[in-house]
Design a binder for this molecule. Structure first.
Ligand SMILES: NC(=O)c1ccc[n+]([C@@H]2O[C@H](COP(=O)([O-])OP(=O)(O)OC[C@H]3O[C@@H](n4cnc5c(N)ncnc54)[C@H](O)[C@@H]3O)[C@@H](O)[C@H]2O)c1
Length: 561
C-alpha cells in the first residue's frame, strides 16, 4: 500500500487520546511525563554511543519516515555491525500519537503491501534494538544526524485551478524551529520532505541560523537536502534503499556529510548518488521530475477524448508507440492521477517562484505545469458523464441508480486512496443523485469518505467542491464482489487491480442480476469482453476507447444476421 491511517473522529480529537487504525486507544502523554521520557532516551543514546553507534533522529513517522527510520536502523557498517541508533520522533497529536506506542512494540505504523516492512521494524526494535520511538522532541539534543520526513502540503482552494492554492509549510517550519532549538552544533540536518524550491536555503536555514544565534552557537548549521522517491506497493523498502538518490548541502561541509550519511545507510554502490551544488537544485529536481510525470499523464487526456469521439482505441495507440524505446514511458492516465505527490508537487514549484523566490511573472512563465495538474484533478468528472450516457442509452437515469465502483486506490494493486480519481467519480455521481457502492480488495476503510469531516484535515476534504456529500460518510468498502454487484445498474472499473482483469462478463451480469452499464476507466476490458457485454445486453463505455462503438455495431449486426 501504504494503507491510510485512521483519522480521529471529532470526539477523539477533543479527547486526550489517539486511536490506532485497529481502534486501540492511547492516552497522550502529560507534560509531567516528558522528563522521564528524556532520561530514558539519554540513557539509550549513551549506551549506543559507547558501542560506537551514531545517533540518528527521524522527525515524522509517516509513510516515508517510519520506513526510512527502519532502513537506517537496519543498516550495517563494513564489518557487518549496526552503526546507527535511531530515534523516531513523532508529534503527540490526537491524529498521530498512536504511531509511537505501536512502533515501540515493534509494529510498523504503516501497513504496506511490501512483506518486508513489518519484519524490518520488528527486527530493529526487538532484536537489534537499534530503533526506538518518542514524542519528546528534546531527543534532538542527542542527535548526530536528524532526518526530516514531515509533510509539506499544497492546499488547493478550488477544484481545477491550482493557481489559487498555497503551500502549507507549518509542520516543516515548526520542525525546523524545534531542531534549531535543540541540536548539537555539529549535527547534520537532512530534509527529505518534498519542499518548494528554495525552502532549504531560504526558509529552513535561516530558522536554524537564528536559533543558533539565540543559543550563542557560532558555527553554521549543517543543513542538507535529499528528496524521497518512495513508491507505495510491493517494493516499498527497495524504493527507498535500493534506488538512486539526489542530494546537496547548504555548504561544502554539509554536502560532504550528507554524502557520507547516505552512503552508509543506502545501497549507493548499485544506485550511485547524484550530488548537486545547491539544495535548490535537488529540490527543483524533485519538483520537475514529478511535474514531468504529471504532464505526460495530463497530455494524454486530450487524445483520450479525441480517441473516444473518433473510433480510436487509445490503449492500442499507446502500445504501438511504446515499442519505440524513446517513447516507452507513455502511460494511460486512468480516471485521475492521485497519490500524495503528483497532484501537489508542481504546485509547490509554482508557488515558490513567487512566494519564496520573489518573482511576480509566475503566470507568464508557468503554463504547462498548472494546466497538467488541473487536468489531472478533474479527469474523473468525465467518467460521471460516461456513466450518465451509458445509463441513458439503456433507458435509465443516473438519479437513484445503484452504481458500483471497483477500485478506490490511485493505482493498481496498492491500498492507497490519497487523491484517487475514484474519489472524484464517487463525489460527482453522488452529486448527480446516484446511490454509490464501492469494492476494493486492498482497502478496508476509505477514510477520504468515511472521515470526510476530519480527513485529510478539517476543511480539506474534496467534499467541499461538491453538493449532497453527507451520506458518503456511511459508504463502506466491500470485499465480496458478488454481493456488491447484486442489483447494480452500473459498474465502473476504475482501477486495474489484478482481480478485476480476470472478471468474466457472464459472471458479472449474473451477479448483478441482469444487464448493466459498464464503464472501463483503465483499458481493463479486452475487445472480446466488450463484445460479450454487448451480447449480454449491457452498454459499455470507456475512457479513451472510441472503437467500442464499432464493437457494438458489429455485435448488433451479428444479432440481425
Ligand atoms: N508518501 C509517498 O508516497 C511519498 C513519496 C515521495 C516523497 N514523499 C514526500 O515525503 C514527505 C513525507 O510524506 P509522508 O507520506 O511520509 O507524510 P505523512 O503525512 O504520512 O507523515 C508525516 C509525519 O510527520 C509528522 N509530523 C508533522 N509535524 C511534526 C513535528 N513537528 N515533529 C514530529 N513529527 C511531525 C506527522 O504527524 C506525520 O506522522 C512529503 O514531503 C512527501 O511529499 C512522499
Amino acid at each position: 500500500m501504504p494503507q491510510v491511517k485512521k483519522p480521529p473522529s471529532p470526539a477523539d480529537l477533543a479527547a486526550d487520546c489517539a486511536v490506532s487504525p485497529a481502534g486501540e486507544k492511547f492516552p497522550i502523554p502529560q507534560p509531567s511525563e516528558y522528563g522521564a521520557e528524556y532520561a530514558r532516551l539519554e540513557k539509550l543514546a549513551a549506551k549506543a554511543r559507547a558501542e560506537g553507534k551514531e545517533v540518528v533522529v527521524v522527525m515524522g513517522l509517516g509513510f516515508v519516515g517510519a520506513v526510512m527510520a527502519g532502513i537506517v536502523a537496519d543498516s550495517v557498517d563494513r564489518k557487518g555491525q549496526s552503526a546507527k541508533f535511531v530515534i523516531g520522533c513523532q508529534r503527540p497529536s490526537p491524529r498521530s500519537y498512536w504511531k509511537i506506542p505501536l512502533l515501540s512494540r515493534g509494529e510498523s505504523p504503516v501497513k504496506a503491501e511490501d512483506p518486508e516492512v513489518a519484519p524490518l521494524i520488528a527486527r530493529c526494535v526487538r532484536d537489534k534494538k537499534t530503533l526506538v520511538a518518542t514524542y519528546n522532541s528534546d531527543c534532538l539534543k542527542l542527535a548526530d544526524c536528524v532526518v526530516v520526513d514531515v509533510q509539506c502540503d499544497y492546499a488547493k482552494k478550488s477544484l481545477g485551478d491550482m493557481r489559487t492554492g498555497e503551500a502549507d509549510m507549518a509542520a516543516l517550519e515548526a520542525t525546523m524551529r524545534a531542531i534549531g532549538e535543540n541540536i548539537p552544533p555539529k549535527c547534520l540536518v537532512l530534509i527529505e520532505t518534498t519542499v518548494a524550491p528554495g525552502t532549504t536555503e531560504f526558509v529552513a536555514w535561516p530558522i536554524l541560523k537564528k536559533a543558533f544565534r539565540v543559543r550563542a552557537i557560532r558555527s553554521i548549521p549543517l543543513l542538507a537536502h535529499s528528496f524521497e522517491r518512495v513508491m507505495p506497493g510491493r517494493h516499498y523498502i527497495a524504493s527507498i534503499r535500493d534506488f538512486w538518490r539526489v542530494c546537496s548541502g547548504c555548504n561544502a561541509e554539509a554536502r560532504k556529510r550528507v554524502e557520507k550519511f547516505l552512503t552508509q545507510v543506502l545501497n549507493t554502490k548499485d544506485f550511485p548518488l547524484t550530488v548537486m551544488d545547491r539544495p535548490i537544485e535537488s529540490e527543483t529536481t524533485k519538483i520537475v521530475e514529478n511535474s514531468y510525470r504529471a504532464t505526460i499523464l495530463a497530455f494524454l487526456n486530450e487524445w483520450s477524448l479525441f480517441a473516444e469521439r473518433n473510433g480510436v482505441d487509445l490503449i492500442k495507440v499507446i502500445e504501438a508507440i511504446k515499442v519505440r524505446p524513446t517513447h516507452s514511458n507513455l502511460i494511460f492516465p486512468g480516471p485521475g492521477i492521485g497519490g500524495y505527490c503528483l497532484p501537489k508537487d508542481g504546485g509547490l514549484g509554482y508557488w515558490a517562484y513567487r512566494h519564496i523566490l520573489g518573482f511576480e511573472d509566475g503566470d507568464t512563465i508557468f503554463k504547462i505545469t498548472p494546466t497538467a495538474i488541473d487536468i489531472n484533478d478533474t479527469r474523473g468528472l468525465h467518467v460521471a458523464e460516461l456513466i450518465r450516457d451509458a445509463l441513458r442509452n439503456m433507458g435509465r437515469y443516473i438519479a437513484g441508480a445503484d452504481v458500483l465502483i471497483c477500485g478506490a486506490s490511485y493505482r493498481q494493486d496498492v491500498g492507497d486512496t490519497r487523491y484517487s480519481g475514484s474519489e472524484i467519480i464517487v463525489r460527482k455521481l453522488t452529486e448527480m443523485g446516484a446511490e454509490m457502492r464501492v469494492h476494493d480488495p486492498y482497502i478496508d476503510h476509505w477514510y477520504e469518505l468515511e472521515a470526510q469531516e476530519t480527513y485529510p484535515a478539517p476543511g480539506h476534504s474534496w467534499k467541499r467542491f461538491f453538493r449532497n456529500q453527507d451520506a458518503l460518510a456511511s459508504l463502506r468498502v466491500q470485499h465480496d464482489l458478488r454481493a456488491a454487484l447484486k442489483g447494480a445498474e452500473a459498474l465502473i472499473l476504475a482501477v486495474p487491480h489484478t482481480p478485476y482483469l480476470a472478471l468474466d462478463p457472464d459472471e458479472v451480469v449474473g451477479w448483478a442480476g441482469g444487464p448493466l452499464a459498464v464503464v472501463d476507466c483503465y483499458g481493463i476490458l479486452t475487445d472480446e469482453k466488450i463484445g460479450r457485454y454487448f451480447e449480454l445486453g449491457c452498454e459499455v463505455k470507456a475512457l479513451g476507447r472510441g472503437h467500442i462503438q464499432r464493437i457494438k455495431e458489429e455485435v448488433r449486426r451479428r444479432g440481425r444476421d
